[in-house]
Ligand binder design. Structure first.
Ligand code: BG6
Ligand code: MG
Length: 212
């Protein structure tokens, strides 16, 4: 086996929360009179909540104090969490679950490396609440992707060195973070176009070919 563990990004890799993020940011942007569309939403992939807000505020005609920014981010998150309640185990694709099970059966440790502070809530919604060996997420980092912190912490929690880990990511910022951590990176979806990843996956199950 080439690796001892696989660290998965959550949003856009294990499950799709893009549309919920979009709807919640869109509601906030509309209230503030800010133009926002799916293309701008794509720039928020892998980026922390506060950094996402700064991207949205690029088109704002006023200024918000730090306190107002925190309140705006909380407003978005409250709406986002309401939308997340619609998620069920049916939102976990059989392909993802079967691939995870097959990787585990090969003896690999499985971890999460996500910028989201809602990681545990989302995992529990889709029926993976107790599935992963370790979770590194937005609640244990101070620097967001493309900084390598979330993956370095993930490897440390798994008890592995960077070279023993493969990261799976759908965001360019996440691929950069993995490579900066000294790890190999498998890109899926949007991230395949950045040309930086060790592997480009056309399907989640392709991962099985990357690990040995
Ligand atoms: C990442 C998403 O996983 O988490 C980003 O790709 C999001 O779009 C970030 O901004 C932070 O999420 P949360 O749930 O903490 O607001
Ligand atoms: Mg992602």
């Amino acid at each position: 086996m080439k690796y001892k563990g696989v660290i998965f990004d959550l949003d856009g890799v294990i499950c799709s929360t893009d549309h919920y993020h979009y709807l919640a940011w869109k509601a906030l942007a509309d209230r503030l009179g800010i133009y926002f569309d799916e293309t701008i939403n794509n720039r928020l992939r892998g980026v922390s909540r506060m950094a996402s807000l700064e991207i949205i505020l690029e088109r704002y005609n006023g200024t918000l104090s730090e306190e107002e920014k925190l309140a705006a981010a909380e407003e978005k998150n409250n709406l986002y969490r309401e939308l997340l309640k619609e998620m069920t185990p049916a939102d976990l694709s059989p392909e993802v679950k079967n691939t995870l099970d097959a990787l585990r059966a090969k003896g690999l440790l499985l971890g999460i490396g996500s910028s989201s502070k809602n990681t545990k809530f989302i995992l529990s919604r889709i029926g993976l609440g107790d599935y992963f060996d370790k979770i590194s997420d937005g609640t244990n980092i101070t620097r967001s992707k493309p900084d390598p912190e979330v993956f370095l912490k993930g490897a440390e929690y798994l008890g592995l060195g960077p070279k023993d880990c493969l990261v799976v990511e759908d965001a360019k910022a996440g691929i950069e973070a993995a490579l900066a951590a000294g790890m190999d990176a498998a890109a899926i979806g949007d991230a395949t176009s950045c040309g930086l990843a060790t592997y480009n996956l056309s399907a989640f199950s392709d991962l099985l070919n990357c690990v040995e």
